[in-house]
Design a protein around this ligand. Structure first.
Ligand code: ADP
Length: 162
């Protein structure tokens, strides 16, 4: 019997920020394995293609042996089951995230009550950090150094500099 506790960490990661990495790093010390799972079809057109989002995540998590990057489409709980994951790992930002996250967690439990959602809180410095804010700042010419990995900042500038 497989006793490994595997957590799925789902998201858009458009692009990965230091807040995401903070949550993944905390998760990898609690669970045996973390599968960072990139959502294929986003409601909004992403800035980075699926391949680019997965590629950036692979680069910035490659030093962590028990972290892998994958992609998924459709119901998260089906993907989690295919990975033998018993945990959905999500980060909580400000209280504004809470309502939506609560709904998702309860719906996922209704669909699969053997999978638990676990919420982690990031380092204080990243509390208000989001991929969309980072994109906005770079598109207006501001610096996001310290908020995203250096290679992500370079790629953001390439995409967003007019
Ligand atoms: P989604 O579109 O599903 O919210 P994101 O890529 O924005 O995907 O986020 C993926 C995960 O990382 C989510 O659990 C989200 O709550 C978490 N996350 C993102 N930014 C932060 C942050 N600043 N603090 C805590 N958690 C965060």
């Amino acid at each position: 019997m497989n006793k490994e506790v595997i957590a799925i960490c789902p998201g858009s990661f458009d692009p990965v920020t230091n807040a995401h990495l903070d949550i993944i790093e905390r998760g990898k010390s609690i669970f045996d394995r973390v599968v960072v799972s990139v959502l294929v079809n986003l409601e909004k057109e992403p800035l980075f293609s699926l391949e680019e989002r997965v590629g950036m995540l692979n680069d910035v998590t490659e030093q962590w042996d028990n972290v892998e990057v994958d992609q998924f489409d459709g119901l998260l709980i089906n993907f989690a089951a295919s990975k033998n994951a018993k945990v959905i790992l999500r980060g909580i930002r400000a209280v504004t995230d809470f309502d939506y996250e609560f709904q998702m967690a309860l719906m996922n439990r209704r669909l699969a009550d053997d999978i638990e959602t676990v919420f982690l809180v990031p380092a204080e410095a990243y509390t208000y950090l989001s991929s969309s804010l980072v994109k906005e700042v770079v598109s207006l010419g501001g610096s996001v150094t310290g908020l995203v990995p250096p290679m992500v900042e370079v790629l953001l500038r390439e995409k967003l500099s007019a």
